[in-house]
Write a protein that binds this ligand. Structure first.
Ligand SMILES: NC(=O)c1ccc[n+]([C@@H]2O[C@H](COP(=O)([O-])OP(=O)(O)OC[C@H]3O[C@@H](n4cnc5c(N)ncnc54)[C@H](OP(=O)(O)O)[C@@H]3O)[C@@H](O)[C@H]2O)c1
Length: 251
């Protein structure tokens, strides 16, 4: 497939590499000047493109920028993209980084807000695994304890196509429902960055509690940042799992 990715950081960069390795044609854009963008694209082994071009002649656009950056994108960026082009949102809202976005703070589902900002439907995917998991935790289809990723969106056919890309990246997919249900894998839920297999993730998605998620998200940031040094990846995953009385890895 032809894939345009906006954002070449921990997540967008990893997706770019994985998609290129799987044989897709990938072009990327970030907030840097042309030299920095070209250097990053070269490092990732993909093409670079200006913002207006990264969304042209592609089947899938992956938006992998901090939530706060989404309203700064040009208002008409996606206006003329053909209807069949799928837009994927990888974002997670963190107030300490993304400032106060009142609608999300008042309970609007994060990717519903993103979709409204863009004026386009989005599929939420690639948001509930840490970048390190995404980079190193992939396994071949059918492998024991293959990690699963949550996906949400209103278009079943689009979700199937994006599930194919997730499979190419090394992960199973669990459909969490329509976009308005995607709070089930936002920060502060048992499905978030807990490295579960498909059966466990289904259970975790059903165990999530929308009202409790923001305070658990903020607690996690406060707890992990208060340690003398930021914990290593397995300890972060362990911490995330233990935030919930019902540890999803034990279901
Ligand atoms: N890190 C994780 O473990 C993880 C896991 C799942 C989901 N997510 C979510 O995925 C999103 C990206 O996360 P990340 O960790 O990859 O962030 P990151 O490492 O900080 O990278 C962000 C990328 O967005 C680009 N960017 C920022 N503003 C932009 C703009 N206005 N136009 C074009 N590009 C812009 C940055 O450009 P420059 O390179 O030029 O700075 C950078 O490439 C966030 O919403 C995050 O919450 C992160």
């Amino acid at each position: 497939m032809n894939i345009g990715i906006i954002g070449t950081g921990a997540i967008g960069g990893t997706i770019a590499k994985k998609m290129a390795a799987a044989g897709h044609r990938v072009k990327v854009n970030n907030s840097g000047d042309a030299d920095k963008l070209n250097a990053r694209a070269e490092e990732l082994g993909v093409a670079s493109a200006a913002l207006n071009d990264v969304v042209k002649d592609v089947d899938v656009i992956i938006l992998s920028v901090p939530t706060v950056a989404i309203p700064t994108l040009p208002k008409d960026l996606l206006k003329n993209i053909p209807e069949h082009v799928i837009v994927v949102d990888t974002s997670n809202y963190y107030p300490f980084r993304d400032s106060d976005i009142e609608e999300i703070k008042n309970g609007k589902v994060e990717s519903v807000w993103v979709s409204e900002q863009l004026g386009k439907p989005v599929i939420k995917a690639f948001n509930n695994l840490l970048a390190e998991t995404l980079a190193n935790g992939g396994k071949r289809p059918g492998a024991k304890d293959r990690i699963a990723m949550a996906i949400a969106g209103d278009d079943t056919a689009d979700k199937k196509i994006i599930s194919g890309l997730i499979n190419d990246a090394g992960y199973d997919t669990v459909d969490s429902g329509v976009l308005s249900e995607s709070w089930r894998h936002q920060p502060g839920t048992p499905a978030y960055c807990t490295e579960l297999n498909a059966e466990e993730l289904k259970q975790a998605l059903s165990d999530g509690e929308k009202e409790k998620a923001p305070s658990l998200r903020d607690k996690a940031i406060a707890d992990l940042s208060s340690l003398p040094s930021y914990p290593n990846h397995p300890d972060v995953v362990k911490y995330n799992r233990e935030l919930f009385q019902k540890n999803p890895k034990s279901v």
